[in-house]
Design a protein around this ligand. Structure first.
Ligand code: ATP
Length: 250
């Protein structure tokens, strides 16, 4: 259910009026890698996701499998394999879990006529795609439940499932652990690890530093819109610039 190809930004830059929100940020996420993105408040983390997914105007390059998707509109980037979640969960409260995921599948189908021409999907294929995605996030037992009946952690996983329903090569997650206690964060982190092991590249943005250090293979650190470090948990933990900019805050 995944498409191959490394994700790479090159000199990604975003200005909001006089604010340089992202300053020449170059980040690589290998296929199937579970990467993290951290940084203090206002460092540019959401702006990074917004610029990669077409929600913020940016300059530079955003490559997926060697193709620059930056010139594409947001919906075309989804068709190209870039998917995201939002800080607000954006679930349909009056649809079941399975229907919430199905709607995303249908949206992806609607927006990718060329893909559909090559690879038409029947309703049976759509329902098996929904089942596969719900299995991937561990929500098979809840497919007929409504979002308000789920725990916050489960609702977060529904939003991840909705993003996965578009069959992304790259999944960008905007603070999915916000509001979760440490146990629920860890459950979410482990579930995300198993998704990455299935070949989906993940970039996890979060304030929960211990979660990112625990589950991510490579961690990128932003400060004032600039990439100040990129490495393993140990490398980042011991980087003086990171300690000064971020870890020193705690
Ligand atoms: P947080 O951890 O608080 O969510 P963040 O790291 O996600 O912060 P961003 O929200 O990307 O940071 O903001 C980066 C910078 O860009 C900040 O200075 C912010 O005030 C500014 N900014 C973000 N969105 C806009 C906007 N739509 N218009 C103007 N400035 C913006």
């Amino acid at each position: 259910m995944t498409r191959p190809g490394a994700f790479r930004t090159e000199d990604l830059t975003v200005r909001y009026g006089g604010v340089l929100a992202l300053d020449s940020v170059s980040i690589t996420v290998e296929p199937g890698e579970f990467a993290g993105l951290i940084g203090p408040n206002g460092a540019g983390k959401t702006t990074f996701i917004d610029s990669v997914t077409g929600y913020a105007k940016a300059s530079g390059k955003v490559e997926l499998g060697g193709i620059d998707v930056l010139p594409l509109a947001a919906h075309a980037r989804v068709a190209a394999g870039v998917s995201r979640t939002f800080q607000s969960l954006e679930l349909f409260e009056d649809l079941t879990v399975a229907e919430n995921v199905l709607v995303s599948t249908e949206n992806a189908r609607w927006w990718s006529p060329i893909v559909e021409f090559v690879r038409p999907r029947t309703s049976t294929m759509l329902s098996s795609a929904v089942e596969e995605v719900l299995d991937l996030v561990g929500l098979t037992a809840h497919l007929d439940a409504y979002p308000p009946d789920l725990s916050l952690g489960e609702r977060k996983l529904v939003s991840v499932a909705r993003a996965l329903a578009t069959e992304p090569a790259l999944l960008l997650l905007d603070e999915p652990a916000a509001g979760l206690d440490s146990d629920a964060s860890l459950v979410l982190g482990r579930q995300l690890q198993s998704i990455a092991e299935r070949g989906v590249s993940i970039l996890l943005v979060d304030h929960d530093l211990s979660l990112i250090l625990d589950v991510c293979e490579r961690i990128n650190v932003l400060d004032f819109g600039r990439l100040i470090a990129s490495g393993t948990a140990d490398e980042v933990r011991n980087d003086p610039a990171v300690v000064a900019a971020y870890l020193g805050e705690d």
